[in-house]
Design a protein around this ligand. Sequence first.
Ligand SMILES: C[S@@+](CC[C@H](N)C(=O)[O-])C[C@H]1O[C@@H](n2cnc3c(N)ncnc32)[C@H](O)[C@@H]1O
Length: 498
Amino acid sequence: VIKTRGLALPPSECKVYTPTALAKAMVAVVGREHRQWLEPSCGKGVFLKAIRDRLGARAQATGVDLDPIQASADKLGTVLRGVDFLDWSRTQKKRFDCIIGNPPFVAIRSLPPSLRDVAADVRTLSGDPIGIRANTWYAFVLQSIRLLKRGGSLAFVLPSAAEYANYSSDGRARITSEFDRVDLIRSRRPLFESVQEGTIVLVCRGKGGLGNTFRRHLVADVNAAIRRLGDLEGAVAKQCPPPPPAQTDRFVRLDEVVDIRLGGVTGDARYFVFSESKRKELGIPRSSVVPVVSKSHHVASGALSSNDWESLRNGDERIWLFRPTPKAVHNKAVSEYLELASNSGGCRRQNYKVRNRNPWYTTPLPSQVDGFITGMSDRGAWICFNETDDVNATNTLYVVSFKDRLGRQSRYAWGLSLLTSPARQQIRRITRRYADGLSKLEPGGLGGLHLPLPPRIPNAVSVYQDAVRHLMRGDERTARRIADDAIFGASCVCSRVS
Ligand SMILES: C[S@@+](CC[C@H](N)C(=O)[O-])C[C@H]1O[C@@H](n2cnc3c(N)ncnc32)[C@H](O)[C@@H]1O
């Protein structure tokens, strides 16, 4: 962070200047007859020049930039230097026909305090503060929408995070209802030579108009983006349904709703976890074992019933956890198994987890098992709800326990929330992929997911089962669509059109 004359500036990485040809195309697409222009982070003034070139002096341009260093283009308009646009916009009474630019891409939390507090306090379209987890570009877009006149238009170069970042989900859900038409142009190749980050051009025309249409354009590179800007009229846009009610826009951290922890850590799974045939061979009574699931494929569905678990047992899967009560150790078969030497199939009692507990053969288990999650799946995360009375899990799986005593439909509604598009986008980001092709999710990462607060869904159980069936078949798209429809109602096409 640079400090100039008592004013803090964001890091220099945010100073990425727009190519002239792109700036001209953006001005052309929004700037037919508009007179009052605003460039909220004008930098060296590429947009001010493009406005002057196209419309001459009849277009009145205002530029703002935190950077106090003057540029030759400053003479092409009223340029306010050393000014934080976000602060300025809070008290600005003037409204503009057209707002254009390339706002800074800087995490709000990394801004110096004076800028950070103002940026974090900018309100989403639903009226909540965007907070320090958001990014400055989002604050610029929101404040710019507020400074537009009715019928006005804006065009911004934005990072591709605009399409998926959790912090801007409210903006994505609502922006089409603010304008007559919204176009989003995504370039496969970066729009700037100096930036590898994906970029988009967002064009929103006719503030307050009732068209509420949207079109996403995928183009190859900056030249194709410029050509597409010149031909937006030729591209039909789709009508968006009204935004979801504010209630469904509320996101809650998963760990505020459930605890996610490892199943029982045996310390020696080879010894403690066995199949039905092995149990019989050892003569271990039923009272000295606990039914468990111990493998990802044991929970490859939306729910585990007693019948499902019995099928696993009949298939000779490893579904028993040896866990005798202190009384049961007097049973002959149990005591023989307990005393078996480690080189003859007995427990490796020196293992860290085993030697540190008392008695060593009692594996601690989660007490409330509402569901299971496997952290090792290329299908992402879903909850396999526990419909049995007593099945627990070993530490190859995570156990889910709801913090509040929720009804069955409400628990499954949370399962659906975990399958929605915003949840899946976050899951993709927290998935660790290893060189051998393995994907892994950690309980901490899962707990930090922000899930949409589910509405009341009367048939949540069957809808969830249906969605997970598709997910298990590898059809994530349909699973997501079912979940989005259940949680958001008729979800906005903006998240789907490509
Ligand atoms: C990505 S550059 C874009 C410059 C110019 N719009 C262009 O496209 O060439 C971002 C600009 O935002 C300015 N900036 C950063 N934070 C700002 C703030 N809070 N208020 C006004 N300008 C800011 C930087 O100084 C920089 O000039």
